[in-house]
Design a protein around this ligand. Structure first.
Ligand code: NAD
Ligand code: DAU
Length: 352
């Protein structure tokens, strides 16, 4: 048996593939276009591992996806590939519509053709697992309960609108064609191999370089943080036991204001790599807010716990310490991803 993973060279996808082989010998075909966010170095430990078949390619390429399905006969598709950064979606929404909407459509159509021709047990066992985000639910007010699976979709950014559109496509392909789908909507992940354009790795990398730590607006926006391997175990639980056509929210019960996240990162760096120039918090700099910035996300993860027995293994305190330690032990990884393209992005987003 084999699974097809899309986007498996990105942050969560590469963690998922690495984690998969800790508990399974089932081969993974990994289809990834290697955009700026994809990095084969994340998978270097699998270089000579026959269980991992990497294919550089685009999920919008129907002929390629058809060919991979026909050749490898996967029992499941786990779909991570996406444009994932909200700020980039504000500067240039086109790539988000193409990959997140058209790419998901292409995969669904290819999966429908492949699954439609399966028979018996293979047909019954097939799954299309769509990896999505809590951002599709919009923004919460301070007293609102956390997002449940029954919340209305109210996406506010081009990124979240494109993910919401993809979720709707997945739902419709189940409802209309019977395609055996499951969807997970997860909160903010953090951990190893997180590209340093997102809050936590950006703060670590900037702090170590003595650069400003840019906090948007008043820094009081709230996110619900989940260590990435807990997201991976949640996906495995839903892939194995989720009810077809259902969605499952995955979250860590860790609501934190951005400024508190930044201060926590600074305090850990003060402990683990003290800077002779003074505490890292001196670098905190409030900058212009993100347009349309969602104020609060929080996940009600009771359904996945009740139905599938999943709970996160890490607390925020254990996960953030591991994360900072990983970046300190892998400074070479970070310096290699900080390419010319990355520097161009930083100057476009943050100015001089
Ligand atoms: P990422 O940006 O780190 O990685 C995305 C990967 O997809 C990259 O390897 C990239 O090369 C690949 N890709 C992009 N366009 C492609 C295309 N057209 N064809 C093939 N591959 C392509 O993203 P991530 O943070 O790992 O997120 C993975 C998934 O999880 C996304 O669907 C995202 O919406 C979702 N998600 C992310 C978070 C989070 O906190 N990062 C939380 C919830 C859900
Ligand atoms: O909620 C899940 C989502 O989490 C995923 O679907 C997205 O793919 C993922 O990128 C993430 O989106 P966010 O916009 O929440 O993540 P980001 O790390 O970009 O920002 C986290 C918070 O920190 C957000 O409120 C904006 C703020 N921020 C971010 C950056 C990059 C800053 O204050 N300064 C910054 O420089």
């Amino acid at each position: 048996m084999t699974i097809l993973v899309t986007g498996g060279a990105g942050f969560i996808g590469s963690n998922f593939v690495l984690d998969w082989f800790k508990t399974s010998d089932e081969p993974v075909v990994n289809l990834d276009a290697l955009t700026y966010a994809g990095n084969l170095e994340n998978l270097a430990s699998l270089k000579d591992d026959a269980r991992h078949i990497f294919v550089k390619g685009d999920i919008c390429d129907r002929a390629l996806v058809d060919q991979l399905l026909a050749t490898h006969r996967p029992r499941a598709i786990v779909h991570f590939a996406a444009e994932s950064h909200v700020d980039r979606s504000i500067h240039g929404p086109g790539a988000f519509m193409r990959t997140n909407v058209e790419g998901t459509f292409t995969l669904l159509e290819a999966a429908r053709g492949y699954w439609g021709a399966l028979e018996g047990d293979a047909k019954a066992a097939f799954r299309f697992h769509h990896v999505s985000t809590d951002e599709v639910y919009g923004s919460l007010k301070p007293q609102d309960p956390p997002f449940a699976e029954t919340n209305a979709y109210e996406p506010n950014s081009p990124y979240s609108a494109s993910k919401a559109a993809s979720d709707h496509l997945v739902r419709a392909w189940h409802h209309t064609y019977g395609l055996p789908v499951v969807t997970t909507n997860c909160s903010n992940n953090y951990g190893p191999y997180h590209f340093p354009e997102k809050l936590i790795p950006l703060m670590i990398v900037n702090a170590l370089a003595g650069k400003p730590l840019p906090v948007y607006g008043d820094g009081q926006q709230i996110r619900d943080w989940l260590y990435v391997t807990d997201h991976c175990s949640g996906i495995r639980a839903v892939l194995a036991g989720g009810t077809l056509g259902e969605t499952y929210n995955i979250g860590g019960w860790n609501e934190k204001a951005n400024i508190d996240i930044v201060k926590t990162v600074c305090a850990l760096l003060d402990e683990l790599r003290p800077d002779p120039a003074g505490p890292y918090a001196r670098l905190i700099t409030y900058v212009k807010d993100r347009p349309g910035h969602d104020r609060r996300y929080a996940i009600d993860a009771r359904k996945i716990e009740r139905d599938l027995g999943w709970r996160p293994a890490e607390t925020f305190e254990t996960g953030i310490r591991k994360t900072v330690q990983w970046y300190l032990a892998n400074e070479d990884w970070a310096s290699r991803v900080l390419s010319g393209a990355y520097r161009e992005w930083v100057s476009k987003q943050y100015g001089a």
